[in-house]
Design a protein around this ligand. Structure first.
Ligand SMILES: [Zn+2]
Length: 424
């Protein structure tokens, strides 16, 4: 009972002890702190370091002390590229293809992205919210505390706005941080068949200004590809986005080298994503523009792609590599960021440390949030996960198991596992 009244900090704080911490900051491997401690005041990290260096005041006056049971604490995961708001799924199409149907057969039967567009246009806000929340919670169950979500299955004004409203509601109703991106130029809607320039006009003149006026997106994305939109059309989208003060991201060089990554970098894009076919010139431009490379091994795997992104080149030019699920019904129907850690190592030969940086520090960079989240440092958001593993590489090593023990978002405990029961 000794601490006097005066020595109690102004605001109550919580303390986590008996943990090893992968801060993902600084120069040491994983920024590791053995036998660490972390104090949280409000939504922020108030102190982090070795337990033996913990100031006495913090130790004695903690409102609540949590025992990490020698688990590993990492920053909360950032899934910086998802399309998780959509209706229906494409399992039928998956099955048809494996029974030998061609892409043409499937398109003729109304399959492909257009089937998701049709289902999403038909879904009302409540149904869309319900279906999407299931995926959001699944991400959270594997340590995700920040998620980016794109529109792009509406491709008309009403549905694009409805998708973004659902994204906003997910952010209001669930504890994790949700970052919305407008992806009107995802595909050409059927009513614009053969008129892609007119569709870009429509996006730039009618949809984008409405999205910006309602503050429904912080960034604009496009699908620059032979089967998507041209470099010129992408440039027009970027110019319209810049005028409205929105950040830029791009689906670039997934299936061919269109020069999209370099264009995005010239516009100061936060990220260029996929990048299997990016050239050295593209990578150099990304380095100069401060653009993060977002790698999406789930889509690479699901589409049985052969060409891997030029990892050595990203390393050489020091382009930060982020990693995301690309959660979407057509090419990456996954809600497991842990699986992406494994796939990034097995398919793209990232090191486990690079993979973990991809879903923490560099995931935050890809969203322009590196000052707030992505590493465990004093003053940053108290977003972290505690895992039942003895070393960080285990997070990328295991396949199909989930060692998450505790998840904290902005200082708030989200989940605890006790005797295999789950509490939310
Ligand atoms: Zn995508």
């Amino acid at each position: 009972m000794h601490p006097s009244h005066q020595s109690i900090p102004e605001k109550p704080h919580s303390l986590w002890v008996n943990i090893n911490i992968a801060t993902m900051a600084g120069n040491r491997a994983y920024g590791q702190i053995e036998d660490g401690a972390l104090a949280v005041c409000g939504e922020r990290i108030a102190w982090i370091g070795k337990r033996c260096h913990l100031p006495r005041d913090l130790k004695n006056n903690a409102f609540h002390v949590y025992d990490g049971n020698q688990g590993l604490m990492t920053p909360g995961f950032v899934d910086c590229h998802t399309h998780l708001v959509y209706a229906g799924n494409r399992a039928k199409e998956f099955e048809l293809r494996l029974k030998g149907a061609s892409y043409e057969d499937i398109a003729r039967q109304g399959g492909g992205i257009r089937s998701t567009v049709r289902a999403t246009r038909q879904a009302d806000e409540t149904s869309l919210l319900k279906q999407s929340a299931v995926r959001l919670m699944a991400l959270m169950r594997e340590g995700v505390t920040t998620v980016e979500i794109k529109s792009g299955y509406g491709l008309d004004l009403a549905t694009e706005l409805r998708m973004l409203c659902v994204v906003q509601k997910l952010g209001e109703r669930y504890p994790l941080t949700v970052v919305p991106t407008f992806l009107g130029a995802h595909a050409l809607p059927p009513e614009y068949e053969g008129k892609s320039d007119a569709y870009i006009d429509f996006i730039c003149a009618e949809v984008l200004p409405e999205v910006a006026a309602r503050s429904l997106a912080s960034a604009v994305d496009a699908f620059c590809e032979g089967i998507g939109f041209t470099l010129d059309q992408t440039r027009r989208i970027f110019m319209a986005a810049k005028k409205l003060g929105l950040a830029i991201k791009l689906h670039a060089e997934q299936l061919s080298d269109m020069g999209g990554a370099a264009l995005a970098a010239q516009f100061g894009a936060l990220s260029a994503d996929h990048l299997e076919y990016v050239s050295e010139a593209g990578v150099k431009a990304m380095a100069a523009g401060g653009t993060t490379a977002v790698l999406l091994p789930g889509a690479f795997y699901f589409l049985r792609e052969k060409r891997v992104p030029p990892i050595e080149c990203f390393r050489y030019y020091q382009v930060p590599m982020a990693l995301a699920t690309d959660c979407n019904p057509g090419s990456s129907p996954t809600v497991s960021l842990l699986l992406m850690l494994n796939m990034a190592c097995t398919l793209f030969c990232l090191t486990p440390e690079e993979a973990l940086a991809g879903v923490t520090r560099n995931g935050a960079r890809a969203l322009g949030l590196e000052d707030v989240i992505g590493t465990l440092e004093r003053g940053k958001n108290a977003d972290f996960a505690i895992w039942d593993v003895s070393e960080p590489a285990e997070l990328a090593y295991h396949i199909g198991s989930n060692p998450l023990k505790q998840l904290v978002v902005k200082g708030r405990m989200i989940r605890e596992r006790r005797r295999h029961a789950y509490y939310w």
